[in-house]
Design a protein around this ligand. Sequence first.
Ligand SMILES: Nc1ncnc2c1ncn2[C@@H]1O[C@H](COP(=O)(O)OP(=O)(O)OP(=O)(O)O)[C@@H](O)[C@H]1O
Length: 617
Amino acid sequence: MEKQPRLLASQLLLKNSLFEVSLNRVLLTWKEIATKKKRVSGGIHHPFKVAGPQSAAAALAWIASLCRVNWMAHNLASEFFFMSWLTFFITSHGKSNGGRFSNGSFSCQPGTSHGVSVSEILAVRELDVDSETKDDGRWQKMPQKSTEAYPYAFTVSYVERAWQHRWRCSDVTFHCLEGALCQQWVQTIREQLTALTSRPKHLLVYINPYGGKQQGERIYEQKVAPLFTLASISTHVIVTEHANHARDHLRTEAELKKYDGVVCVGGDGMFSEMVHGLVSRTQRDNGVDQNSPEEKLVPCTLRIGIIPAGSTDCICYATVGINDPVTSALHIIVGDAQPMDVCSVHHNNTFLRYSVSLLGYGFYGDVLADSERKRWMGPARYDFSGFKTFLTHHYYEGTVSFLPATDILGTPRDKTRCRAGCFICQHNGQLYSEDAPEICETDTDVSDSEYKGGWRVIRGKFLAINAASMSCACPRSPKGLSPAAHLADGTTDLILVRKCSRFNFLRHLLRHTSKYDQFDMNFVEVHRVRRFRFTPRYCQSDSELDLRENGKRLFSQICRDHPACSCSPAYSSWNCDGEILPHAAIEVGVHCQLIKLFARGIEEQPVFEDLPNPCVV
Ligand SMILES: Nc1ncnc2c1ncn2[C@@H]1O[C@H](COP(=O)(O)OP(=O)(O)OP(=O)(O)O)[C@@H](O)[C@H]1O
């Protein structure tokens, strides 16, 4: 790392011990000065949880790894009870994390030297040492000696990494001999924070009071608002009054120029509202017609923050690694930016919906459609509908045509995973922004599998057709539908599960929870694509669509060419991020990095022994 010039360096008192405190543009470090009698008075308790004795950290890491082993063992055991995880296809699309102890990244020899990245300092403020001070969450009186000798103090609030991708706000208070020195420190740190232009200053916040356990307002007021105040972020808060309130407000009324970002407090449904509102508004403001599937959409400039307060919070899992409101608030404050691809779904040149995680036809569409009719059953409906749909074993005939993603890095069978600062997303994102190839038309007269003008066409009988724009991993399926899918590489992984026996389909489903490759089966194929279309073998009439959209069953449906049952349906529905689309024939285009989130992707968690040593940074 390039050596940064020092901005300030002083000997300051911290908890009755003298520290050499140093600041450059990148790091704030403090190192205990070795003296014969180390402590000025009284005992010292360490300001950082993760910087405790190494044995304690190692013990925690060991406990965490045990949890991980237990988790995996549980998953393997659950292979025999496959219904327990089938629900993830309709309820969750997030990523789980490894359950490993996280680094903290700023401690070398525990108890002596520490560092925090300037980009992760949240705030700095002068402290009145005569009054009571707050530290480590407990109120305590300043020790008399330090107050007398070092009567001026300032507190730095910063991000501390905890277990399982959690972030916490920690404070460290330094005491100075002179008031001028104290002010110099506060001013210099503030100047560095002001120079961080990616940090938001004004946010528009939407709270869904009915999401998840209906705790949205409480979560925001108690956990998030105080952090925004600490970081001097001003907010305009709207508590939604009905479904699509946030979407419509964003699309039409919101004065977006006044804000540096929009935040939703809720679950995946609220996030979807934000995406639809913001993307539609951006296209309208730029004169882009959303209805045309070939249209290149204009990326949104405002970032979206998610304060998780829903039932599943899968997008939060996928982009942060945990559904924790404080962690998400801190990612917003430090001004993180995670680009994300968005798929636009069309039917007959009409825009239907945007999708960021899963589009599923056949099995996954049927599970969702059935479970929606059984809402009265509560969460158990997912298990019930999953089991029922599996037994029904419907397949659907049709033609899938897709434009393979060429010249890109990465394949759906890679062992690497999309993580914070993903190189593949950066590389492919640049590739697609530079030269977006024109889409060639394909013929409709196709054989079983062939290429037409760059498009590949596959006709067949499918149990499931899935497009995973992210891995769709979650605690119930740690690998996800497509483990190597990327958040922002401009592609989606198209998974085709052809007609096979129930036993083989079960084997395929169970592989999502085991270490085996779910694509390594002769009836499963996976393609990384930029666009795709599906056309059912028989055209859906408008009246059929009307009936389905109205939620009515089509009893009069004629079984066409279906050997198993004389009344099995010819069409399934699409499961679009947990919402039902009644149209079977759709066209989907991936819009590379169309939106940005206040997140950074899931951070790799180095084992404790591999920690960087901030003393030598
Ligand atoms: N004031 C409101 N009254 C009724 N519904 C609302 C209101 N505000 C938002 N909604 C709708 O509630 C739906 C569900 O909300 P949300 O996604 O926040 O929670 P959830 O469904 O419990 O979580 P998840 O989507 O993660 O499972 C959203 O689709 C949204 O459109």
